[in-house]
Design a protein around this ligand. Structure first.
Ligand code: NAD
Ligand code: TYD
Length: 356
């Protein structure tokens, strides 16, 4: 099995690549531009494996991706490369449109060109898994869950760009017959998570005794999934998902942001005891513009049709995650030269308009 993975140097992509190479023994070509969010140190465990190759490239580069398809000859594509941080998309949406929309368009076109030239048996077996987010569905109220039938209603430039890419991917299945499957997952957490996102940012700020910035009143709810559970789900969906279908992925782990931050503080109190609790560092700050109130996934289709089940509970996953950051400073320390933890995504009136 030969799998072309995009974004394999990122948080989820690196978990997927490690799973495919180490647990499944597949051959993998990892195509990644290595933006601020991509780091090859996340792949240290596999970088000498004979079945693993890396290509530094932009998914929007038609010539380079065309050559990569022609020479690697993948049986499957797992497309994860994206700009992924909501706050960055508020500060500047251009890269999100460029990579998430135009880059996905280019991936679909390169895949289609390659797929059309395959012998019939390989053509039938080929799959293009487009990896997306539950944020395309917008915000839930107090009740209900996102299903695969929930209408799209994205709030942020990030989720809007992912929604656009999902529509492109599905239209390539309907119009050209490209064997596309789409997955929409809830918030991931775990090792190798770039420390601009809630959980790793809070762990590292707590470790350094810095304020823990909770947006708004901290009552926003996210549905947390351990990243390795997501990686296993994606492998399953790429292998057995039905063409043209969407699969929601989520761990049934809804948590208010403030409860997540308090849990991290408790774990930090246990593993790095101080005079007072780390909770004293919690600081309520200006809310995110367009902040979605609640995300929650109904993963019944994935569970019943494909037999997937999350292995990690939030309690076990968050404990592992905190301990991983405490034990792996070698990984996160160098990243802090590129990002110093500064607040992103606040509106600055004089800078709101962006020239086209
Ligand atoms: P990430 O930001 O950690 O990693 C993204 C990777 O893509 C990086 O390695 C980066 O270098 C690469 N990349 C960015 N632009 C590129 C380009 N133009 N060409 C080639 N490579 C490029 O993101 P992540 O959290 O691992 O998310 C991976 C995918 O999963 C994304 O498509 C995201 O929308 C989706 N997703 C993320 C979450 C989450 O909680 N993080 C949840 C559901 C879905
Ligand atoms: P984030 O990790 O950015 O993921 P997403 O926006 O894709 O859900 O944020 C998770 C939640 O945590 C979200 O409701 C915003 C909130 N948040 C904070 O309260 N403080 C922070 O410093 C960050 C980064 C996020």
């Amino acid at each position: 099995m030969r799998i072309l993975v995009t974004g394999g140097a990122g948080f989820i992509g690196s978990a997927v690549v490690r799973h495919l190479v180490l647990d499944k023994g597949y051959e993998v070509l990892n195509v990644d531009k290595l933006t601020y969010a991509g780091t090859l140190t996340s792949l240290k465990a596999i970088d000498n494996r004979p079945g693993y190759r890396f290509l530094q490239a932009d998914i929007g580069d038609h010539a380079v991706l065309g050559d990569a398809f022609a020479s690697f000859r993948p049986d499957r594509v797992m497309h994860l490369a994206a700009e992924s941080h909501v706050d960055r998309s508020i500060t500047g949406a251009r890269d999100f449109v460029q990579t998430n929309v135009m880059g996905t368009f280019n991936m679909l076109e390169c895949a289609r060109h390659y797929w059309q030239g395959l012998p019939q048996t390989q053509k039938d077996a080929f799959r293009f898994l487009h990896v997306s987010t539950d944020e395309v569905y917008g915000s839930l109220g107090d009740e209900g869950l996102f299903t695969e039938e929930t209408p799209y209603d994205p709030s942020s430039p990030y989720s809007a760009s992912k929604a656009a890419s999902d529509h492109l991917a599905k239209s390539w299945a309907r119009t050209y017959g490209l064997p596309v499957v789409v997955s929409n997952c809830s918030n991931n957490y775990g090792p190798y998570h770039f420390p601009e996102k809630l959980i790793p940012l809070m762990i590292l700020n707590a470790l350094k005794g810095k304020p823990l910035p909770v947006y708004g009143n901290g009552a926003n709810i996210r549905d947390w999934l351990y990243v390795e559970d997501h990686a296993r789900a994606l492998d399953l969906i790429a292998e057995r998902g039905r063409i043209g279908e969407t699969y929601n992925v989520g761990g049934r782990n809804e948590q208010r942001n403030i409860d997540v931050v308090r849990r991290i503080c408790e774990l930090m109190d246990r593993y790095r005891p101080q005079a007072g609790s780390h909770e004293r560092l919690i600081t309520y700050v200006t809310d995110r513009p367009g902040h979605d109130a609640r995300y929650a996934i109904d993963a019944t289709k994935l569970e019943t049709e494909l037999g997937w089940k999350a292995q990690e509970s939030f309690d076990s996953g968050i404990d592992k995650t905190v301990r991983w950051y405490l034990e792996n400073e070698w990984w996160w320390q160098p990243l802090q030269q590129g990002y110093d933890g500064k607040r992103l995504g606040l509106l600055e009136p004089q800078k709101q308009a962006v020239a086209i």
